[in-house]
Design a protein around this ligand. Structure first.
Ligand SMILES: Cc1cc2nc3c(=O)[nH]c(=O)nc-3n(C[C@H](O)[C@H](O)[C@H](O)COP(=O)(O)OP(=O)(O)OC[C@H]3O[C@@H](n4cnc5c(N)ncnc54)[C@H](O)[C@@H]3O)c2cc1C
Length: 291
């Protein structure tokens, strides 16, 4: 896995409430002009502090990011690059609001001029070349990525997108039609994906709450027969665990893999190993992407 770059300090340039539970924050600065274009669904680590506090930037170290001794670490949250306008030096992030969380507090209070750090960007997804149909599935944390993928996928490519949000007020106008699932009315992403036939040659991109992602991944791999290379399923958050807790399980997964002599190559490898640790067993072994 490539190490992501720590950009020089940026600042908030604009904010906008997109829907009741989604806040857009655009950060800007000269360093963004020097970035290369990113793939759809690419992500960054967004670094932010409590209002009025400075954002201390880390340095990339051999075991992740390190801060100088005694420094107050900022919050660090993975967020999708919803848009990168290199000419304007602007990066747009859509942050899901879900109660009194660090990211939500920061996003709703952010004002132009507030400091923000960015590590990255990295990652992103493009379907394998032999894909005949694309299935996109996720909750509101995956919505920025799904929105970007719907814009980026070729117009002729058959795509079905399923997005779980609280209710109709959190739906967004996207580049293509979406099957919206409303939690408030008993809808669930897992059920919506299970109810849908999957044609041969489907490539799936799935992200959202960890238990839902795990259930969908098992369904697509075991019951719908998708190969590993055609099922990209990533936990974006885990109920009852903060981002810091989730990071710790990734660290534990890497350590456990090293203990067992397994090489974790992709982000998905790390996720599968961390699922195994969290849930005490996962029926699909970590292996090369072709299995
Ligand atoms: C590659 C990647 C890309 C991501 N892109 C985005 C993005 O573009 N926009 C976005 O909003 N999120 C995105 N996420 C998810 C985001 O990083 C997590 O939801 C993160 O935990 C949010 O931080 P927080 O400070 O709001 O909550 P935390 O302090 O991390 O957690 C506090 C509590 O809230 C719960 N929680 C966390 N997220 C949610 C949620 N969405 N709904 C309900 N409860 C929740 C946790 O289980 C915990 O109990 C992405 C994650 C990854 C790995």
């Amino acid at each position: 896995m490539a190490r992501m770059a720590v950009l020089p300090l940026l600042e908030v340039v604009a904010t906008e409430r997109l829907t009741p539970r989604m806040q857009r924050v655009t950060v800007g600065g000269e360093p963004l002009r020097a970035l290369e274009d990113v793939a759809p669904a690419a992500h960054v680590r967004l670094l932010f502090a409590e209002p009025g506090a400075p954002v201390v930037l880390p340095t990339p170290g051999s075991s992740g990011l390190t801060w100088r001794p005694g420094a107050t670490r900022p919050y660090a949250r993975s967020m999708t690059v919803r848009a990168l306008d290199r000419a304007a030096g602007a990066l747009t992030i859509d942050i899901a609001l879900h109660g009194d969380s660090a990211a939500g507090r920061w996003a709703t209070a952010a004002r132009p001029g507030d400091p923000a750090g960015v590590v990255g960007p990295g990652g992103g997804w493009t379907p394998p070349e032999d894909t005949r149909e694309v299935l996109l599935a996720g909750d509101e944390t995956a919505l920025p990525a799904i929105a970007g993928l719907l814009e980026a996928l070729p117009r002729h490519a058959p795509v079905h997108a399923v997005v779980e949000v609280e209710d109709a007020r959190d739906e967004q106008d996207l580049a293509r039609p979406v099957q919206w699932v409303h939690r408030a009315h008993g809808g669930a992403l897992v059920d919506a994906v299970r109810d849908r036939p999957v044609v041969p040659g489907t490539a799936a991109w799935v992200a959202g709450e960890g238990h839902a992602v795990k259930a969908i991944r098992e369904h697509l791999r075991v019951h719908r027969g998708l190969g590993r290379s055609h099922c990209h399923a990533i936990r974006y958050w885990t109920r009852g665990r903060s981002h810091e807790d989730s990071d710790a399980t990734f660290g534990a997964a890497r350590a456990e893999a090293a203990r067992r002599g397994i090489t974790l190559v992709t982000t998905q490898d790390v996720h599968e190993m961390s699922y195994e640790l969290m849930t005490g067993g996962f029926p699909i072994p970590v292996g090369p992407p072709s299995t």
